[in-house]
Design a protein around this ligand. Sequence first.
Ligand SMILES: Cc1cc2nc3c(=O)[nH]c(=O)nc-3n(C[C@H](O)[C@H](O)[C@H](O)COP(=O)(O)OP(=O)(O)OC[C@H]3O[C@@H](n4cnc5c(N)ncnc54)[C@H](O)[C@@H]3O)c2cc1C
Length: 381
Amino acid sequence: MNDVGRQFTPRHAIIIGGSLGGLFTAVTLRAIGWTFEIIERSPHELDSRGGGLVLQPDVLAALRFAGIRVTDAIGVPSADRIYLDRDDAVVYRNFMPQTQTSWGTLYSMMRATIPADQIHSGEEFVGFEPGHGKVRALFASGRSAVGDLLVGADGPHSTLRALLRPGSLPRYAGYVAWRGLAPERRVSERARSLLEGTFAFQQGPGHMLLEYMVPGEDGSVRPGERRWNWVWYRKVDAAALPALLLDRAGRQHSYSLPPGTAKQADTEALRADGRAMLAPAFQELMAATDDIFLQTIQDLQMDQMVFGRAILLGDAAFIPRPHTAGGSAKAAANALALALALRNDHAGIDASLREWQHQQREAGYRMTDSGIAMGQQIMSL
Ligand SMILES: Cc1cc2nc3c(=O)[nH]c(=O)nc-3n(C[C@H](O)[C@H](O)[C@H](O)COP(=O)(O)OP(=O)(O)OC[C@H]3O[C@@H](n4cnc5c(N)ncnc54)[C@H](O)[C@@H]3O)c2cc1C
């Protein structure tokens, strides 16, 4: 097709995964005039699945590029980073302002801008057929779709990656993150006055707890309606993982336990450890949390993100350890860079994709390498 014809035929992307990586890709490609459809295996809206996250400049840049209005309601600011000892004494304080938001806040902001007919929920991607400058994606329902680009934003256990590079699996890093979100009001005035406005840590031999405040479940940032987001990193032998990942209904999970599914004996043991090991303010957060959840820490680095017209981004390509506070920022940066590369694709889509891969792969290695180094140090591995 010549350039004149191209102006009137928008390019089309088939995006696998309707989580943050997929949504960032959709809204940034839309901003350069592409059309898209999102294929999401889960039949439900995903907005209650995530915890808190640190709001990074790459996320704001992608949202602004996409024309999504960002207000102060996007998150809760903190000023100091503090480290507590076992008795709630502040042993270290450093001014390091930042804003914390929640996975659900970012998800809802982007999801609200996408018409329902562009998201196929409950549709599972199972395969693809490359063609000349096109790609056909195949779904479990028997349906298929054709686009100019197939984007694997399908997360750490990406189906597209498994098809492109069988055997390229994330590696367990030797520790897990127990996580929770406690309603702001359930915490005493004493703990609140110590923690409010901070990003707080407690570090001990082979474990670390961190806490920061995030918007409420409904996105509210009003005092009294927010939530305390806490994460406790603890070592777990690989051999003990399957038992831990067996949920209270007897279902075996592979990598994480959603809120409310961990066995009571495991959460009780965790709470008992918390009472023995943690600062009283952190013990309060744990006591005020109904549904503790679990994520295993994993590593993944892909040396290739572009395979013809099929590409991998977000956690499907690189999984940064959470110490980088960069997983969603990397997904946003991958998506924004993709849109910028494709906006000026004078040399054609394939050349733009190669250039995009070159930049994003280097950035992926840098972030994941630094997360691995931080994790080994924090966990004394
Ligand atoms: C303990 C922990 C703490 C974290 N903390 C932070 C933080 O502070 N800051 C931060 O930025 N990030 C953090 N992250 C990471 C962040 O959540 C992710 O990096 C980010 O959301 C990008 O994920 P993604 O969209 O690529 O993949 P995912 O969120 O995993 O989404 C993949 C989607 O693809 C769908 N899917 C999968 N296979 C198929 C298929 N075959 N067909 C159709 N759909 C499919 C899935 O249902 C899912 O919705 C943390 C992660 C962990 C584990």
